[in-house]
Design a protein around this ligand. Sequence first.
Ligand code: ARG
Length: 461
Amino acid sequence: MTVARSGRFAEGRAPSFITLNSSLALDWRLWREDIEGSTAHARALRGAGVLSAQELEAIETGLAAVGREIEAGEFVPGDADEDVHMAVERRLTELIGDAGARLHTARSRNDQVVTDVRLHLRRVVERQDAALAGLQRVLLERAGDHVTTVMPAYTHLQRAQVTSLAQHLLAYFWMLDRDRERLAAAREACLELPLGAGAAVGLDFDVDRQAVAGELGFARVAENSLDAVASRDFVVDYLAAAAQIGTHLSRLGGELVLWATSEFGFVRLPDAFSGGSSIMPQKKNPDAAELMRAAAPRLAADLGGLLGVLHGLPLAYNTDLREDKRYLFDAVDCLDAILPVVAGLLEGVVFDKARMAAACDPYLAATDVADYLVEKGVPFREAHHLTGALVRRCLDAGEPLVQVPLDELRTLSPVFDDGYYALHDAAAQLARKASRGGSSPARVREQLELAHAALEARLAG
Ligand code: ARG
């Protein structure tokens, strides 16, 4: 198939090249922003004296009509349309004739596409930020009910010391808080207007770029035309934020997978977010949590993919840049799909407080014992050694720490007294972690307040 093309070419494009070169599959979702950007551009052309009032009116009405047709599914781009920009312009010109053919004055697809992407991405970021805020709200709610629910904290996935479920859930709250800060920075990076850069070097027409920026909601104009069309660092900013979100969600997903095992038994996952087995009738699989875990490499690959496209690329526009949307939209779709599932999982997960408490084994008090000896004046290294010996003695005897009689403790160190026996209750261990940011119920209540304030502040800001 050959299609009409510019006077430069004697021959049509090869079908295989048409297929390869079409970016419609990548950029069709930008149609709304393409129409918005084109409308603002047409107004700027009128301001520069390029369009008459009637031509502007025809373009504005025509672009609105194209938008309605696309929305209604009446206009569908064809094989011959290389990208969303060509498709919208073609349809406009079919609808309004001559005036449509003037729209692309003082504009290139090079500044057009990156304007569309910036407009679009800003909206995506706002939507996904709201979804993250929703996750934070669920985490706060669940944490609020579990300030005194004891569970082991792990290091090296070995039981370490007592913490609370609230403290554990709040750790994820703060990760998401920082992710939202990254998203806010990515949103801010979107707010620079490329339009007016032309293909690479600027325009022969005096368009009011500041007015276009204002109309489209950009905060400022790009100050260098080559930079404007060549740069995609605002997409990198988003993909880096997305990759980090993915990494955080993968740790939460990974923990839910672990906690849902019979071995841990800390949680029961909601049926609505669990899968079955095609052969083993008893199985309930944590598919949603596993997919949370699996989103991380995908998002990291999207970031790596775009960095690869940009690496060593000469200024200014190159068709390689078209691939920005492959990585960008893959990440957007990945997060759009996963975020509601995370919310559902967190809302529906049932925590087994008894299993968590039972996992606080009699040896978790060891550090508290060492600290207790320190409080009695023993140097920490010595206290650590003494307590280690005590633990070994109890392990050998198959006895919990709490059962060692006082006279035997005193053979280890004369400073032991009755206070030793109060250390072995998990709630007591929890209460002792009273440093700022620590797990004690008092500190966690304080932290909950701070978290609520942080959530509101980001929403407002
Ligand atoms: N469709 C292209 C993209 O997505 C825009 C066209 C750039 N200009 C060009 N002469 N190929 O980046």
